[in-house]
Design a protein around this ligand. Structure first.
Ligand code: AHG
Length: 343
């Protein structure tokens, strides 16, 4: 029987990476394997989402007499569970939880990594069969090994990330992750239940034709942002538009598309919410890391996302992220004198 050895599974890929670092302990590979396992379990439940009415509404008992949990809580528990039972993670922070969870057992206290995740981003889209995702981010802890991890381990700037990634539950299920060595995408092969390398060495196109933003908030954005969006709809020297507008309202799907095809995604501050909606630690930092490793850029409009020193776990930040040339066009307007930037 011929076996296609061209296609590596996620486990094979991370283990192969270890060959280049003979002194590596394999902890990061183990952590990624744990995340891959949780993603497969969540994928099974996401695929059944339309059956919830048959199996039982969230908060009620299903036909097997089990309590049906909201999918985002289910996803949170899966990711937290695999990381707790693994050997490579000292603790986690989750968009679903108010505080960090310190695993505090002899193995975990000697683990060198902490992990942050948004277990089910875009969960507002579950009921309407739109792609949703999980976002994760891995840091080397700064607290003393051998002791429980602390909040300080989680409040590190994004430029300290060791790895970051996302899972997209879409028309197929993909896991994409970045280390400083590159960004690689793995598609879940349902026939063997494994993530298989389908998108090696992803590069974000230098420019693109897609802009993604919630147009409903247009009149709440700052003038320079309005001017950029206006330019995206016209043929001007500044933006090279008109561009195509695509906005799903599920960041994982929106940024994934723009990463592959080239484009810019924006969630600016508004008059009602000057810091926007997206969370620095669970959404913006991981994507900023992935997109920068792939050759793109990410800022809050004033500062590189990865250089922001976090002060609280759930802090929000405006986000502009995408293809380098498009980001540079935007930055010209954001840095312009107010009079110049007026629409
Ligand atoms: P949620 O997980 O609450 O559905 O939020 C999704 C996030 C992000 O994925 C998406 O880009 C953004 O919120 C959409 O927000 P708007 O609906 O305000 O555009």
């Amino acid at each position: 029987m011929n076996i296609n050895r061209q296609v590596l599974t996620l486990d094979e890929f991370t283990i192969q990476g270890l060959r280049d670092f003979p002194k590596a302990t394999g902890e990061l590979s183990s952590l990624l394997r744990d995340i891959g396992l949780a993603a497969k379990r969540v994928n099974v439940e996401v695929n059944k989402a339309g059956l919830v009415d048959i199996l039982g509404d969230a908060g009620t008992m299903n036909v097997q007499g089990e309590e049906v949990k909201k999918l985002d809580i289910y996803a949170n528990n899966q990711f937290m569970g695999v990381l707790k039972h693994g050997i490579a993670c000292a603790g986690i922070a989750s968009e679903e939880l108010d505080d960090i969870v310190v695993f505090d057992d002899p193995v975990s206290n000697n683990s060198k990594y902490v992990c942050m995740f948004d277990p089910l981003d875009g969960s507002g889209n579950i009921d309407v069969n739109v792609s949703i995702g999980t976002i994760f981010s891995i840091y080397r802890r700064v607290s003393e090994l051998g002791k429980p991890c602390t909040e300080e381990d989680f409040l590190q700037p994004g430029n300290k990330q060791v790895a970051a990634g996302y899972v997209i539950y879409g028309s197929s299920t993909m896991l994409v992750y970045a280390t400083r060595r590159g960004v690689n995408g793995f598609t879940l092969d349902p026939s063997i239940g494994e993530f298989s390398l389908s998108h090696p060495n992803i590069q974000c196109p230098e420019s693109g034709k897609i802009y993604s933003v919630n147009h409903g908030n247009f009149f709440q954005y700052d003038k320079p942002v309005q001017k950029y969006i206006d330019g995206c709809q016209r043929k001007t020297k500044t933006t090279g538009g008109p561009y195509t507008q695509r906005y799903i309202g599920s960041m994982v799907a929106d940024v994934h598309r723009n990463l592959i095809k080239g484009g810019i995604f924006m969630y600016p501050g508004t008059t009602d919410k000057p810091k926007g909606k997206l969370r620095l630690l669970y959404e913006c930092n991981p994507f900023a890391f992935i997109v920068e490793v792939a050759g793109g850029k990410a800022t809050n409009g004033k500062q590189r996302i990865l250089d922001i020193q976090p002060t609280e776990l759930h802090q929000r930040t405006p986000l502009f992220i995408g293809s380098k040339a498009m980001m540079e066009e935007l930055e010209v307007l954001l840095n312009a004198e107010p009079a110049e930037a007026a629409v």
